[in-house]
Design a protein around this ligand. Structure first.
Ligand code: PLP
Length: 410
């Protein structure tokens, strides 16, 4: 338990040092000592080129360079500029526009959407449901506002989406509280790379439709942070129209992020988008989420909003951004394939992987294995149930080399 001098704990467990930050610092120190080529830094959550440098889409950068002072210096409206809201809908849905009452609230990245969704669709002390393998900040975000993360097993014994565990957990939590927020990070889940299949989605929708018969409120937050790096952008959005079939008391909320899609990580550009069954539910969503924004970060940085406005206002520009992204997506997909092929060859078990920035290897003693690999200048992130390898930040050759090294360390 951490000790506090003047600060208050307030039910949170705040470590002395962020774990990832510590590993990443050691990786940087190793690079300084031994050189880039001798080190595999597979801890980073951004898409990097083969030299380990951050990839920034040139087409997006060019838009940035055309901006005038008002584009970045002016306050944006709390809920986002009207043109950004339209752009965010187009960016999130592409050709898979759902039916329903759609409302958009700009947020600082997907993180802000998660925070506002938890804050408004649960009460203090409630449990928020997500998968056992999950992005660690979910817990931080929930505990920061007095909620707890509860998990269900993402995979069953057949290595398929564990719909039974999902159903049981939703119903169990609903028996204890008046509403529930469920967070599903798909496609290209962090940290496993899993994407819910169309059948998984049908099962999730059927399960929530059944649970909704309790009359309680369910917010289904779909964290799509990696959606544009999973594969064909429309194919991976086919689940979106299905969300329109959910009953009135289940509110789908897309936690949309421009961080990866437009390489706008640092501009904190995102949006929460609801697909409501009634106008009243959509209006309520806007009212409560804008209130939360006002009370936490106020308005969002305008710069990312203007960049998206400009991209979606110009078909040619949009096409060039999409083309450039497709090039890097293919590079990323090749890295993921290389890792999983080599893992199969050397008999290294990985968690069911589809696509995206990360691959996970299940193991019993992740900290120990990670420490062993660090001695060979391989840096990756130990999680509760295994190791996370960021294929987004290392070259394909390193993706081919790593499985055997991990297997040996295990
Ligand atoms: N969700 C997941 C699973 C993530 O990995 C991230 C970023 O790493 C986010 C959401 C949110 O990112 P941002 O707030 O930069 O949009």
């Amino acid at each position: 338990m951490a000790e506090y001098i003047l600060a208050r704990e307030n039910g949170r467990v705040i470590p002395k040092e962020d774990k990832n930050f510590g590993i990443s610092n050691r990786a940087k120190a190793a690079i300084r000592e031994y050189g880039k080529d001798a080190v595999v830094n597979s801890t980073i959550g951004t898409l990097n080129d083969d030299s380990g440098d951050l990839i920034v889409l040139e087409s997006v950068h060019k838009v940035f360079q055309t901006l005038g002072p008002k584009d970045y210096a002016e306050y944006a409206p709390i809920g986002g500029t009207p043109a950004f809201k339209e752009a965010a809908k187009k960016a999130a849905f592409k050709n898979n526009v759902p039916e329903g009452f759609i409302e958009v609230v700009a947020t600082p990245g997907g993180t802000g959407s998660l925070r506002n969704a938890i804050s408004n669709y649960t009460i203090y002390g409630d449990k928020v449901l997500t998968t056992d393998w999950h992005w660690a900040p979910y817990k931080t975000i929930a505990s920061e506002i007095g909620r707890k993360i509860e998990v269900f097993e993402l995979f069953n014994a057949e290595r398929k989406f564990n719909i039974d565990a999902f159903k049981a957990s939703v119903n169990d939590i609903l028996a204890q509280q008046e509403s529930i927020v469920v967070i599903l990070n798909t496609p290209a889940h962090n940290p496993t790379g899993y994407s819910l299949t169309p059948t998984d989605w049908d099962n999730v929708i059927a399960a929530l439709t059944e649970s909704a018969q309790t009359g309680k409120a369910i917010a289904l937050v779909v964290d799509v942070a990696y959606m544009d790096f999973a594969g064909d952008e429309d194919e991976y959005r086919q689940f979106i129209p299905k969300l329109s079939t959910l009953p009135e008391n289940v509110l789908p909320i897309i936690a949309y992020s421009g961080s990866k899609t437009f390489t706008l990580y640092g501009t904190r550009c995102g949006a929460m988008i609801c697909i409501a069954k009634t106008q009243a539910i959509a209006d309520e969503f806007k009212r409560v989420c804008e209130f939360s924004s006002r009370g936490s970060w106020s308005n969002n940085a305008k710069v990312g909003q203007v960049i998206l406005e400009k991209i979606f206002d110009d078909e040619e520009l949009l096409a060039s951004v999409s083309k450039e992204r497709a090039y890097y997506r293919d590079m990323l997909l090749a890295r993921g394939r290389a890792f999983s092929e080599e893992a199969a060859k050397v008999g290294l078990e990985i968690v069911p992987f589809d696509a995206g920035f990360f691959v996970s290897v299940p193991c019993d003693n992740p900290e120990e294995v990670a420490a062993k690999l660090e001695k060979e200048n391989v840096f990756l992130v130990p999680l509760a149930k295994g190791l996370r390898i960021s294929v987004a930040s290392i070259p394909e050759a390193a993706c081919r080399k790593l499985p055997a090294m991990i297997k040996a360390a295990l």
